[in-house]
Structures are given as C-alpha cells and as structure tokens.
Design a protein around this ligand. Sequence first.
Ligand code: NAD
Length: 501
Amino acid sequence: MNPLNLSHAPVLVVGAGIMGAGIAQVAALAGHPVKLFDARDGAAAEAKEKLASTFITLVDKGKLTPEAASAAMGRVVSIDTLDDAAGVRLVVEAVVEKLDVKRSLFKQLEAVVAPGCVLATNTSSISVTAIANGLRHPERLVGMHFFNPVPVMKLVEVVSGLQTAPAVAQAIFDVSKAWGKTPVHARSTPGFIVNRIARPYYAETLALLQEQAATPAVLDACLRAVGFRMGPCELMDLIGHDTNFSVTQSVYEANFSDKRFVPSLVQRELVDGGLLGRKSGQGFFSYAEGAAKPALPAWVPAPLPTCRTLVVMGAGPLADRLAHSLHEGGRPFTRNTGAEWVGLSVDGAHLRQTDGRPATLMNNPDTVVFDWLPGTEPGAALACAPSLRATEAWQQQAQVWLRALGWNPVVLADAPGLVVARTVAMLVNEAADAVQQGVCTADGADAAMKLGVNYPAGPFDWLGKLGAPAIVQLLDALDAHYRGERYRVSPWLRMRVMAHL
Ligand code: NAD
C-alpha cells in the first residue's frame, strides 16, 4: 500500500468558488472530513450553506439518502484562517488562476501543515513545476485537475511536475478513484492532456470559418453527425470566447509560439466585440429571448438515381456500406476494390471520400468529395464539396446520390479535408505528439477526451479505425496545401506508417 494512503484523510479545500465547492462536496460524500477556506470574508460559510441546499436537492431527487446527506454535511466546516488547517493530510487548492497567488498560498501552507501532507492544485493551465518552485518540499505538490461541474465530470488529470514524487501522484490517483472519479496521469506540459488535445476541435472550425468555407451552423451539424455532443461553435459560445481564446493563447505562448497552436482572428474579433457567447447573449449564435438557432434543412430521402455505369471504388467499411446500399436499392454495379480512392464512379463522374486534397485538384474535373467517418449517423449532415471545374449537372446529381445513400449533404467550399476528416486527423495528430512527449499514455488520452470533454471516441480509437496511413496521407495533403507548421505530421505517427505498424 502507498505509505501516503489518503483514504478518509482530513482535507482542506482552499478557494470556495465554483470548483472548490464542488471538490468539497465530492470529498465529503466520500467520507473525508473537509475544511473549507476562502480569502474573501464569508465566502467559505456561504459555500457551505449552498452545499447544504445542494444536498437537500439531491435527497429530494432520490440521489442521496437523508442519512448520507446529513453525515456528509456534518463533515464540512468552514474556517476563517489557514492556521485552523493544521492536521489536514491533503490540501486541494482551487483559488484564482494566478501563479504568484498559488505560489505564495502554498508557501504559507507549508508553514501550517505537517511534512507528510499532500499539496494538490486544481490549476487548469499553470505549470505544476512552476507552482512548486520555491517550496521547501516541492516533491509533495501535484496537479489534481477536476472538470466542471466537479460532482458530474468523471475525469481527474493527475499532473506531475518535474519534482513531484511518484508516490504523491499515485496517492492522488488512488484518492480520486475512491471519490468515484477516473484519474489519468499526466505530465505538466502546456494544456496538460485535455486542453492540449482539444485545441484542433476549435481551431479547425475557426480556420474553416476564416476561409468562408461554411457557416457555424453547418460546421456544428457535421461534427454532431459523428457523435460530438456539441459542435465547436456552440461549444465555444458555451465556454465563452474570452475563456476559450485565452486558453488557446496560453497554450500557443507556452509552446514558444508554435504555429500549430496559433489563435484565430475570427475568435479574437468576437472577443474584441464583446460577443462572448451565451454569457453575453451573442456569440456565433444569438441567445436573445426567443432567438432560434439556425437549423439545416431536414434530410429528404431520395430514390437512387439511374445511370449507365456504376462502380464502387476502393475497399473498407465505407466501400462496403456503399455496395450494401446499392444492392439494397436494386442498382446494378461493379466493384473496383483495387482503386486508390473510396467512393462511386457514376458514368465517369466521381463522388469520392476526401483524402485531404481539394476536389478541384483531382484529375477528373467532374469530382465531388465528401466527408465520412465510421459512425456517421443515417440522415445526418455530411459535408461535400464540388470541384470548381465540375459541371453544374454533376454538382446537383452528386447531392442526390448522397441523399439516396442515406445522408443529408451540406455543401462546403472546396476546403481540403472538409471538416470532420481534418478535425479528427488533427486530434489524432495532437494526441500522438502528446504520447511521444510522455504527457500521457494512449489509453490515458482516450479516457481523458471521452470523460473530460465527452468526445464520442478517443483519438487512439479513431486511429485504430482509420489507420495511421490514412491519417498521415490526409495531414500531408493539408500540409502541402497550406504550407507552414500547422499540419506537420507527428513523428510518432509517421514512424508507425513507415514501419507498417
Ligand atoms: P472562482 O472564481 O469561482 O473561485 C475562486 C475562489 O478563490 C474565490 O472564491 C476567491 O475568493 C478565492 N480566492 C482567491 N484567492 C485566494 C487566496 N489567495 N486564498 C484563498 N482563496 C482565494 O474560480 P473557479 O472557477 O472555482 O477556479 C478555481 C481554480 O480552478 C482555478 O485555478 C481554475 O483555473 C481552476 N479550474 C476551473 C475550472 C472551471 O471550469 N471553472 C475547471 C478546472 C479548473
């Protein structure tokens, strides 16, 4: 057993704001005596009162027994001075996100608590190594990064700084589990796991908006169609553009202005204009009373068109799905499983899955490309883009084919990699870099993205389904098109392709 076993240890939560109150709730329910402290007079007592009413609501909803609620409440005390915290064995800090404030708080705490007390910070973006600098015992400081709302979100990133003792990180890992959470080890690098790997989810959509490739409603619909609970635009509106922009900016600056993380002018303009999203009433969408979100036209099923020659090109799950639909619809077709691309050849015109190259750069002028990921729901939005050289007739006809095959086509400008394919490829790429740099394991990255931001799959789940060659091909095509550092392929991924792993 870890000598630092924190089971039922007395806990001090410093900072009784949104996160601190949630952490106190979870710790008290797990059986820990909890002391709550806040620098603002009366804030800790107010948080304790709010906690009592939260417990009453949970009892009313049948989620907690009255006995468990009153026992948990009996374990929480608010304190007026840190001197009253002597005797705790775990401190969880959730004060304002400022390095100097956190550093001086921990220095002050070192004078109060026993040498064996574990010090945890809930920082979402500050280096744990930097917070520990100047402490007498930097090895006992560790990140314990909860997600909001704490009682609901399962993920805890257990963040080790350069000097964090492995036993301390393990103690926080174990206690997080005992609190009903799913902990994941992370190394203290900018954005830790979730805030780093998630950057492309916002960045690719913002880049497409800057190119005028589609509207926010269309981009959101395409990503929701593959299982993301919220599209990037509505999610940024929810988070607040000021918050989202400052996280992007801090990851960018912390990476010495790596172009991969460069913030977006589109988002900066929203911030400059005070269009912060839900909290200001307007972001990409309006949140004014009675305002409706722009909706896409509903999917209208269409019969399969007729043609002279129909070939299902390529192999794999998408080619099989196309063949199955044509077979079900009674359309005669042949298969060319050796083709280098996946899609349909209809009387010589091409309807093909994007490989990252724009439709306009394909040899065949009559080309329409489309986005697809395993799991695209039937009837859901599916991005497609015609070549600038395609005949008007094929542009229209290709949409009829997509509708007949069970999707709701939405036309984008001819942006390479469309929206889902490029976003997923970039999420995988970022996760691959994180693993190579020892930030987390592949399993840790998958768990973190599914539990911390509710992704429908983890980046390594997608990698397993799509294969490294397809992802690298797509990223290389984006890199060739845009130039610059943004789409450079993770060496970890490139190695797997070269070694046929
Ligand atoms: P908050 O503003 O709701 O609460 C912060 C509290 O800390 C306030 O009550 C403030 O009075 C108190 N405080 C400030 N300085 C203090 C000090 N020196 N000593 C004691 N108390 C002090 O903020 P929050 O959203 O709860 O965030 C707290 C921490 O959690 C930050 O580091 C933040 O980055 C991190 N975090 C926030 C979220 C989120 O979604 N809000 C998610 C994960 C992590």
